[in-house]
Ligand binder design. Structure first.
Ligand code: PHE
Length: 341
């Protein structure tokens, strides 16, 4: 047996063992180069064939090519195996568990004031009231004069006013929308006007910007009884069927007679607590029969038409409904607060 033949016999076996130990495709490429590459023993044998005698040349050549084919076949079989393994590993490493919950995109919600306001609008439109708006930068005439508060009227002090310029203020209440809505039109009227109002005031229960809804109705036979009836229905809708109301006589220049409306504290049911300052009652707003002078300012004959009006704070309703202790929590935009609502 020639030296070439001996080494050929061992080569296949050697390659088989080396391939069995290989675990990655790059390592497989190395093994292939070692056994089949230009510098491999096999290539050496093939290169040396030319120098052999005729009979040996044919035999060794045939055998060397056979061994080369076999090793090629072994390498390719191992490559298939490793490839399959790597594919499986890649698949299992990146496995998707489609039963896991997905990433939840944070979802916004309506602001508590918006929700209260929509509730108010839904209630009154259901009774046939229209919805009006007015500017937040308002003329002094609409905010005061037309509402029977001439320039030196002491009632102006009650409304801690932000002045914009000589003629304008940030509206201190929604009552000027009464004037804007009624001027130049003929009764009957049934309107509400929700919106932002401003007063120079700040405490846990007061914000310099807050929300009111104005409600007014003018017709030929409107009385205080209509006002009470609608206020009761409204407060039952907002606060629940068992709400208890109290009218206290009061004074507003633009209504006569005037009253303030309180409801029994929903937190302590009248026993007294921090929310109602131990009084058992919470102020809901002001109301009364529209003063004849206000109707005259709008070009309406007070001998023929009468009406009622009331103005109510929306912020306090939101605070009570969701148990918000401090009005500023409504406007600070803290998502942790809003998320609980
Ligand atoms: N505008 C008054 C206020 O804000 C409330 C009110 C409205 C009173 C309508 C009577 C009638 O204080």
């Amino acid at each position: 047996m020639s030296a070439e033949q001996q080494s050929l016999d061992g080569l296949e076996e050697e390659a088989r063992r080396a391939l069995a130990e290989v675990t990655t495709l790059p390592a497989l490429a190395d093994v292939r180069a070692r056994f089949l590459g230009k510098k491999s023993a096999l290539s050496g044998v093939l290169r040396g064939i030319g120098r052999l005698e005729g009979a040996d040349r044919a035999r060794v050549g045939e055998q060397a090519n056979l061994v080369k084919e076999r090793i090629e076949a072994l390498v390719s079989a191992r490559r298939d195996e490793l490839g399959r393994g790597e594919r499986e590993r890649a698949l299992s490493e990146t496995r998707l568990d489609v039963t896991l919950p997905g990433l939840r995109a944070p979802r916004g919600g309506l602001h508590p004031i918006t929700r209260i306001e929509r509730d108010v609008v839904a209630f009154f439109t259901g009774l046939g009231f229209g919805v009006e708006e007015g500017p937040e930068v308002e003329t002094q005439w609409h905010n005061f004069e037309a509402l029977n508060m001439p320039p030196d009227h002491p009632a102006r002090d009650m409304q801690a006013t932000f002045f914009v310029d000589g003629g304008h203020v940030l509206r201190t209440h929604t009552s000027p929308v009464q004037i804007r809505t009624m001027s130049g039109r003929t009764p009957p009227f049934r309107f509400i006007a929700p919106g932002r109002v401003y007063r120079c005031d700040r405490s846990p229960r007061h914000s310099p910007m807050f929300h009111q809804v104005e409600c007014f109705m003018v017709d030929e036979n409107v009385s205080f009884a209509d006002l009470k009836g609608i206020l009761y229905a409204f407060q039952r809708h907002m606060m629940g069927a068992d709400v208890e109301l109290r009218f206290r006589s009061s004074y507003f220049p633009f209504t006569e007679p005037s009253a303030e409306l309180d409801y029994r504290c929903l937190i302590c049911r009248g026993a007294g607590c921090a929310t109602c300052s131990q009084s058992g009652w919470i102020e809901a707003g002001g109301c009364g029969m529209i003063h004849p002078v206000v109707l005259e300012h709008c070009g309406i004959d007070p001998e023929r038409w009468q009406g009622f009006a009331f103005g109510m704070t929306l912020d306090r309703a939101a605070m009570l409904r969701w148990g918000i202790p401090n009005i500023h929590l409504l406007f600070d935009g803290d998502v942790r607060v809003l998320e609980q609502i």
